[in-house]
Design a protein around this ligand. Structure first.
Ligand SMILES: C[S@@+](CC[C@H](N)C(=O)[O-])C[C@H]1O[C@@H](n2cnc3c(N)ncnc32)[C@H](O)[C@@H]1O
Length: 266
């Protein structure tokens, strides 16, 4: 049983069918300062980092899939580096202008890990930095639930047939996805991969509470990267923009800096 351990090239083909990279890039770039450094948690094959790198935002990506990190490293990109490891174990002395996690990647964490990871995200922010987190929520899972799905994805000379089995476990609020990927290369070569993963079925109120507890203040909430309104029904993820909640100490420093600026001494 493996999780996201198949060639990154195939993931990129499927990603194009599920995601709008241009809209994601616009959205993320709008929440970073010019030239600011970004951190992508669960960066997959690095598609978002490469797009941001091309826009002048260098950064770091972390992912636990060795295959995806190998692909990301070989795909290059200006000013980008990768760490192969879990988001839970990731540590760095660096602080970032923008920390983000897209495509419901934080839903992959075990529930008990959500609190510590969100607190870590808050600590990794530079003063004034932003967080952009996209979560899948209960209604997405319920709305899209089908015990068996078959999908076809084409691109880069390959045809990928994705057979997926889904199950929701109500007692653990866990969504299990068991995929078989059948890949036919242009030369007729066929390969098969499995991809099994679990995602926590979270609710909007639960995520808002977790962010607040971690010291993150939500500044905007959307239903997608075109800044759609947060959905009133099942479709569409929840995209949160947040900043570090001001503590008494940071509020005092900010007031002092503002006063010094006004007095012309800063
Ligand atoms: C659906 S993919 C999304 C990848 C990327 N964010 C994107 O938008 O293309 C989920 C990714 O999360 C990674 N992942 C899942 N759990 C993780 C964890 N605990 N630590 C690091 N990466 C994780 C997987 O390896 C996979 O690359």
């Amino acid at each position: 049983m493996t999780s996201f351990e198949f060639p990154g090239k195939y993931y990129e083909v499927m990603r194009k069918d599920f995601r709008n990279l241009a809209a994601e890039t616009e959205f993320l770039a709008a929440h970073a300062s010019v030239g600011g450094r970004v951190l992508d948690l669960g960066c997959g094959t690095g598609a978002n980092l490469r797009a941001l790198g091309a826009r002048g935002f260098p950064g770091v990506g972390v992912d636990r899939s060795g295959s995806f990190i190998d692909f990301a490293r070989s795909a290059g990109g200006e000013g980008i580096s990768y760490v192969h490891g879990s988001v839970e174990d990731f540590t760095t002395q660096e602080r970032f202008d923008l920390v983000y996690s897209l495509f419901m990647t934080l839903n992959y964490l075990r529930r008990a890990q959500l609190r510590p990871v969100l607190r870590k995200i808050r600590e990794l922010l530079l003063p004034g930095g932003h967080v952009v987190l996209e979560f899948g929520h209960l209604l997405n899972f319920v709305d899209s639930y089908q015990p068996h799905t078959v999908g076809h994805h084409r691109g880069d000379g390959v045809l990928i047939t994705r057979l997926a089995r889904q199950s929701i476990h109500p007692h653990t609020a866990n969504w299990r996805n068991e995929e078989t990927l059948l890949v036919r290369e242009a030369d007729g070569h066929v390969a098969m991969y499995d991809n099994f993963f679990d995602q926590a079925v979270l609710t909007g109120p639960e995520v808002r509470e977790l962010l607040a507890e971690a010291g993150l203040t939500i500044t905007a909430e959307y239903g997608g990267f075109h800044k759609e309104a947060a959905p009133g029904h099942g479709r569409g993820p929840l995209v949160f923009v947040a900043t570090a909640t001001a503590t008494e100490a940071t509020a005092t420093t900010e007031t002092a800096t503002a006063a010094a600026k006004e007095a012309g001494t800063a």
